[in-house]
Write a protein that binds this ligand. Sequence first.
Ligand SMILES: O=C[C@H](O)[C@H](O)[C@H](O)COP(=O)(O)O
Length: 248
Amino acid sequence: MSDAAPPDPAAAKRAAGLAAAALVEDGMRLGLGTGSTTAFAIEAIGRRVRDEGLDVAGVPTSYDAERLARAHGVPLLALADLDLDTLPTAQAGLDLALDGADEVSPAAALIKGRGGAHVREKVVAALAARFVVLVDPSKEVERLGTTAPVPVEVLPFAEPAVLRALRGLGAEPALRMGERKDGPVVTDQGLWIVDARFPGIDDPAALGAAIGSVPGVLGHGLFVGMATDVLVGEAEGGVRHRVHQRGR
Ligand SMILES: O=C[C@H](O)[C@H](O)[C@H](O)COP(=O)(O)O
């Protein structure tokens, strides 16, 4: 038996977060993701704002990201500030979106939403020229669904119907319950989350389309063909940079 300590996920997340913050350039409009890995990036961007006078602003993907950005002095933007009505549709509204993931496949398809922020995260990622995903190595899987369920945000009224439809798609679905609160977890939108556990996902795009078309579903945590970069932090401080093409 080896006496080696297990890799430290916090150190790996920190390495990914710092590498992501280093990609940020003066004048950029950012998407600020949610979760423990992106938190390291937001903190590091805040340091650059303070120490280097970096001029950036970011759209937060959750109340949590918003509070963190404020705490670290990262200026905030709302989608309404992006002038999307005058921007040509082919032009991205944000330069760079930074976010974590619960699973990443070899083709950079993702499961997101452990923190329940996946709906806003997808809106923000879709607006960005580059969508950079920050993970520790435990998030890399050969096949999506290996470790994480697919979070599905649902209208409370529709929950029984959505559970039934998800079972029909091969999932074992369960309403997400609060750990420090009685009853269902309520999202930033005031809706509920169903975690749908699949026995391995072979075609995430097709499954995503099927889940998205269930009446009562606001959105789900499968992100396919969106990531342009994956930064995999290592506990020793190194970072592997995987580059991906959008739409594949
Ligand atoms: O809703 C939460 C987000 O999708 C997170 O980005 C994802 O769950 C990864 O979080 P963490 O970096 O804490 O593992």
